[in-house]
Design a protein around this ligand. Structure first.
Ligand code: CP3
Length: 365
């Protein structure tokens, strides 16, 4: 495994490129499907591994991160894998201590309280050195996937990371982080710019290590209205995509499709469609037809079944309705947010099988 972590030249040939074709706007004979947080606590085999290792130890140990990444791929006919890691590895690389506390979630030991705390961050981190463990996990996983499905790399959106770094964990209101946006405009932009630069390096590094698609999770977009989003999120999300693609071209590496998930940003779908992202991922509160209208024909859409719809007795009916409304092309089926820990694995299996069967059928008629 230690050798495979470093061998970036001899990856097994890809056998299922459905999601890549959908992302590029090419014909797909059936809809590709995966689930955000598909590696996680709803799987007994994940809980088993997790019971023996602290969360960030899993992230930092390539053989373990690879193992839990593969767990859902072994069970279900998913069309993509996503590397097991967390968005908070970037704040960690900047020198902040984060712990995963059971029942509470991620917790920063010393959150940013005041703009003067920005000085404490490591401003010229060597991202490739600090986060090399993610690259090693990606390279190893590309080998162990044996070409079954593409591997997705990811990072958090800059506003979402900034919010975590200031709030120190989850929050109902994000009032501390939003206070910065209203009161310390220059310092907010300074922090967001720093996060963009690191994120670009990190995503480029993930592609060099073997990631075949990238997703940016701006999970806290919904706390911003249109004006704050335009000012503090949109331009930075746009820069991340533009700069990652440019750096890959400069390094003579084929750019990979990029997905943006700005959860709760109903108001921004048109603007997001005008960026260089290939795929716009929409949350479960957005109406499929409205999403298509706003996003238009130039981007692929990903989403957006309510994660709780998996509990429904008539889940198949809900999945069928979603597919009928999105259509079978330029579309990647997913949940509208991460899968919950109390979902039965069989319920995700039903989702995957149902998407494939219904879409094959629709394409045939
Ligand atoms: O999707 C995948 O399967 C890949 C792995 C992945 C994880 N986190 C693993 C994880 C990904 C893509 C993430 C992204 C992430 N992490 C986001 C963006 C997506 C979203 O949900 O909006 C955010 C906001 C985080 C920060 C974070 N990490 C939170 C809020 C939590 C949940 C805390 C809890 O206890 O529910 C985590 C922990 C986490 N990240 C778990 C997993 C499997 C579960 C924690 C555990 O095992 O204890």
């Amino acid at each position: 495994d230690t050798e495979l972590c470093k061998d970036r030249d001899n990856f097994p040939p890809l056998k299922n490129d459905l999601i890549l074709r959908a992302a590029r706007g090419e014909y797909t004979e059936m809809i590709p499907v995966w689930a955000m947080r598909q590696a996680g606590r709803y799987l007994p085999e994940f809980r088993e591994v997790r019971s023996k290792h602290e969360f960030f130890t899993l992230c930092r140990t390539p053989s373990l991160a690879c193992e839990v990444t593969l767990q859902p791929i072994r069970r279900f006919n998913l069309d993509a894998s996503i590397i097991f890691s967390d968005i908070l590895v970037i704040p960690q690389a900047l020198g902040m201590d984060v712990e995963m506390i059971p029942g509470k979630g991620p917790t920063f030991i010393r959150p940013l309280e005041h703009p003067k705390d920005l000085k404490e961050l490591e401003h010229d981190v060597d991202v490739d050195d600090k986060l090399g463990y993610v690259y090693d996990a990606i390279t190893l996983t590309r080998h162990k996937l044996e070409g079954r499905v593409p591997l997705i790399g990811f990072a958090g959106g800059p506003w979402t990371l900034m919010a975590y770094m200031i709030e120190g964990g989850g929050s109902q209101t994000m009032s501390k982080a939003k206070q910065w946006l209203y009161r310390y405009e220059d310092e907010s932009h300074q922090l967001l710019r720093l996060l963009v630069d690191i994120t670009v390096k990190f995503l480029v590094g993930q592609v060099k290590a073997g990631a075949q698609l990238l997703q940016v999770f701006e999970s806290h977009a919904g706390y911003l209205g249109r004006d704050l989003f335009n000012k503090y999120s949109l331009q930075y999300l746009r820069d991340i995509c533009k700069n990652v693609k440019r750096e890959l071209v400069d390094a003579k590496i084929d750019p990979v499709p990029m997905i943006v998930f700005a959860r709760g940003a109903h108001y921004a779908l048109q603007e997001l469609a005008s960026t260089d992202y290939d795929v716009i991922s929409v949350d479960w509160t957005i109406d499929p037809k409205e999403a298509r209208n706003k996003i238009g024909g130039q981007s692929t859409i990903q989403g957006n079944l309510d994660p709780c719809a998996l509990y429904a007795n008539k889940a198949k009916k809900l999945i069928g309705k979603m597919i009928a409304e999105f259509g079978t092309q330029r579309y990647i089926a997913n949940l509208g947010h991460g899968i919950y820990p109390n979902v039965e694995p069989s319920q995700l299996d039903c989702f995957v099988e149902c998407v494939h069967a219904y879409s094959k059928n629709l394409n045939a008629t």
